[in-house]
Design a protein around this ligand. Structure first.
Ligand SMILES: [Zn+2]
Length: 374
């Protein structure tokens, strides 16, 4: 049964001692039962409430009716009891708080002996790896890396690269056009860039000659995906412009780059070709680095070089003077400077290098395949 304060039958020392003892015993017992904040509030209110709290009752039932001669003694005892009650309530609160911090420590405990969570380290995708390797070869030759937008205007993608409007060479590229551009003048109409070449013009607009740059990036064409085509693929282009740059510089640079990339034993060969923005233009072949140029692998025909012993790697040529016309004000006077440009498909080189026979495998992102090249 819960403790209640009752009237004192007399004011003898013995009666006062006994009543105080009973009260303190109840106080301790109730304090020990405080387990939560709401317990503690109820405990505090039961004892301390101004109106009808147990201490208020002690005041009303013990002190007020005390005869005059006992008042002083009873008043002192009541004060002592009040202090004990306040202390007990205070320490019950502290007990709760330290208990809470112990349980918080317990719940937030960190077991530093547990083995860590294994997070496999990522690796470069074979296409990105190939691009980085090619870029590194040219960086060693003093070339800097330039990038540009993948959504490009007709002007940068075609016109400034010597593809005038209606030029038949535009049919060579199945361009992906951005919708609803018909209201704009043709040169401002937007396309997904079909090559990284627009970055050549953009760079020559902002940098005066001499320049030596490589341009890695994504390009887009309306090619349905198959073993050797993808609507999104990757190119790396290069451009060098300076005074007195000759076709010999082009050949020497690319011969060095191919040996640095495929191995010093490869041979290079150039054969005439056509690109609107270079004149003369050439295709660069390297001797097959898979069969060593023999066209055979043991008793089997070498597929990557189609048994010819040569693999076509890139297109190149001397920058057409018409291209320099578009950046003439920035110091590209074709009477004073000359240059060469080259471009290659990073995806194709990665296919050859890693002997993968389906380009789509590179885009399906099956880690079981990709892990092999990490
Ligand atoms: Zn071969």
């Amino acid at each position: 049964m819960a403790y209640t304060v009752s009237k004192l039958k007399d004011y003898s020392q013995a009666t006062l001692d006994k009543a105080a003892e009973k009260l303190l015993a109840a106080l301790e017992k109730e304090a020990a039962e405080v387990k939560s904040d709401s317990d503690w509030k109820a405990f505090r209110d039961r004892w301390m409430a101004r109106k009808n709290g147990l201490l208020a009752q002690v005041n009303d039932l013990w002190l007020k009716p005390a005869p005059k001669e006992a008042k002083r003694d009873v008043g002192q005892r009541v004060n002592e009891l009040k202090q004990r009650v306040e202390q007990t309530i205070e320490s019950a609160l502290q007990g709760l708080q330290s208990g809470a911090s112990v349980s918080r420590l317990e719940s937030e405990r960190l077991d530093i002996t547990l083995p860590g969570i294994h997070r496999p380290i990522g690796a470069e995708h074979p296409i990105i790896k190939t691009m980085n390797e090619v870029v590194a070869v040219f960086r060693d030759l003093g070339y800097s890396v330039q990038e540009g937008p993948e959504i490009e205007t007709d002007y940068y993608n075609f016109e400034a690269l010597n593809f005038p409007p209606n030029h038949p060479a535009r049919d060579m590229q199945d361009t992906l056009f951005i919708a609803n551009q018909q209201a704009k003048p043709q040169r401002e109409q937007l396309v997904l860039r079909t090559h990284t070449s627009p970055v050549q013009i953009r760079t020559m607009e902002k940098m005066k000659p001499p320049i030596r740059i490589v341009i890695p990036g994504k390009v887009y064409r309306n090619d349905p995906p198959d073993a050797s085509h993808s609507p999104v693929f990757h190119q790396i282009e290069g451009l060098a412009v300076d005074t007195k740059i000759t076709f010999g510089d082009l050949k020497g640079t690319l011969d060095h780059a191919m040996k640095a990339f495929f191995g010093s034993s490869v041979k290079t060969s150039f054969r005439p070709s056509f690109f609107p923005f270079t004149e003369p233009s050439a295709e660069l072949m390297v001797s097959c680095f898979i069969c060593g140029g023999s066209g055979r692998r043991g008793s089997d025909p070498c597929r990557p070089c189609k048994q010819t012993g040569w693999i076509e790697i890139l297109g190149c040529g001397m920058v057409d003077p018409n291209v320099f016309q578009f950046v003439k004000e920035n110091g590209y006077d074709s009477e004073k400077v000359s240059g060469f440009a080259f471009g290659m498909g990073a995806d194709r080189i990665a296919l050859l290098k890693y002997e993968v026979d389906d380009l789509q495998l590179f885009f399906q992102n099956d880690v079981r395949l990709l892990r092999q090249f990490a």
